[in-house]
Write a protein that binds this ligand. Sequence first.
Ligand code: SF4
Length: 417
Amino acid sequence: MLERRKTRQISIGNERTGIVRVGGDAPVSVQTMTAGYTYDVDACVAEINRLAEGGADVVRVAVPQRKDTEALKDILDQTSVPIVADVHFHYKRALEAIEAGVHKIRLNPGNISDREQVNSVIDACRERGLPIRVGVNEGSIIERKDKALRLEELGKFFADRRQGHLIALMIAKLEEYMEIFEAQDFHDVCISAKSMDPRLVLDVYTEISKRFDYPLHLGVTHAGPKETGTIRSVVALGTLLASGIGDTIRISYANDPIYEVEDGLEMLYCLGLRERKGVELIACPTCGRIQVDLFELVQAVRKKLSDEIELPLKVAVMGCIVNGPGEAEGADVAVFAGDRRGIIYVQGERVANVPEDEILDSLLDECRRFEARVKAGEAHLGEKAVEILPPDPIGELGSGVDKIAAGQVEQLTIDES
Ligand code: SF4
């Protein structure tokens, strides 16, 4: 991992919501956006609180109509996470949202470009100490009137790059827009430049990071359904973050936004950019050695543990005990399944051997007990690696050395010395 790019820092929120810092030495934050209508106050509050509980650091809401900004005050009174008003087309929605007490404004240079209008939003934000995200989107920047000419002119920049004209156009739009902010000496700004194409996102953010020292909000927009959208987002955002670029992220796709938060956090945990909250689960992939319904078990374990366990326990759900111990090394709690049974270990010590239908409950009990001991200071996370040595683990599960002798277990090695 490269050192993170140095950027200015902005702050979002207030004493009540807590302040989320973006840029500088702040941890990379996770954002998402509500799916419901903002004017539906109760539903919007419930959705924001659910997303905040799921780990969202900042939540954005759409305010396309006056009734949305009118609802904001009530919403802000009932939520405890910084809220961003997403403004398109009507700069007055930004002014109304600021008046209602919102914590940050997002402006789209593609549809609010009048200098006086932008200046009035800048003035209102400055008065209240609010930051603005300048969010360029590939889809909204191509001017309808002189599109062909612009693309031709800009095509000569980045000519060696795939979609070089779009990179140039997004950067040109951003530079024009940022000139308004510079002229007003307003620097409480964060920048994004999203596209639905992950390769374009990679190129554009890389170029922007060379031109501006404002914090960058990373995202792939219109990324499609969750199944492919996650991959598109993680490829682009993960690559940028691994090169030190990016200060806040939104993974986005067509699904419940709670998954965007979960996936965003997991990506940051994997990159070592955030300290893990909750369980880290290790589990087998498909494998012909698994002798229980492991996939169903893993999903059930995942759900239960995320609901019940707060500490970052490392939990392993392994399909066999032949290779499982090596794969689960370092797990605090581990189950090794085989022959329709499961053997459970807590920090290397065998604590249970149960039939398949009792594995879930037993494993959860052990996780709860272990977490309680950690909280009481009687045990420590990651203190002991799982050390379970064959030679005859199969026998312990009831399948016996006869299987080894019959060549049905290929990978078991026995130290004869
Ligand atoms: S631990 Fe066993 S069941 Fe799991 S992937 Fe490895 S060999 Fe297969």
